[in-house]
Design a protein around this ligand. Structure first.
Ligand SMILES: [Cu+2]
Length: 162
């Protein structure tokens, strides 16, 4: 009898604990996405180890003339030719939140950089560009005819200013 009461209290406690978690359901789900993203964290260190700027990019489905396709979206918004602007000679932390179920790459031919971006994960890497200029980037994973052929979606540029 005592055991049954203890068991009952235990079950009650467990359900309260579970309910407590699920009541904050949405934040926990998004936190879960972040945590999965820590696994493929990649760090490419070039030059100084100081990070002085952070660039946040999201890869998500956007509306195109050929339907919904994934695209890189930076602070300038969907379809912007310039994904981001950073200062030359500083260590930049790039944080790419890939909300798409496909992998992508952030490839910059002129800098010999090609970062793999895992699906449904946050990938972070460091970027250091010594010379100011406009650099072209693209994704090398076949991820949509329209977005791969239009600037501001799966290819574009970023500015490095002096
Ligand atoms: Cu892609």
């Amino acid at each position: 009898m005592v055991k049954k009461i203890i068991l009952g209290l235990l079950l009650l406690w467990v359900s309260v604990a579970l309910f407590g978690c699920s009541s904050g359901g949405y934040p926990m789900v998004s936190q879960g996405l972040q945590m999965r993203g820590n696994a493929p964290w990649t760090t490419t260190t070039v030059g100084s180890s100081k990070t002085s700027q952070t660039v946040n990019i999201t890869i998500k489905d956007v509306t195109t003339p050929e339907g919904s396709e994934p695209a890189f979206v930076g602070s300038n918004g969907v379809g912007s030719a310039v994904l981001f602007t950073v200062k030359a000679g500083t260590q930049i932390q790039v944080v790419i939140n890939n909300q798409d179920s496909m992998p992508h790459t952030f490839t910059v031919g002129n800098l010999s950089i090609s970062e793999s971006i895992a699906p449904l994960a946050v990938t972070k890497f460091k970027l250091f560009v010594s010379s100011p200029g406009t650099y072209s980037w693209n994704c090398e994973v076949p991820c949509g005819d329209w977005v791969m052929n239009h600037i501001g979606y799966m290819k574009g540029s970023f500015n490095v200013v002096g």
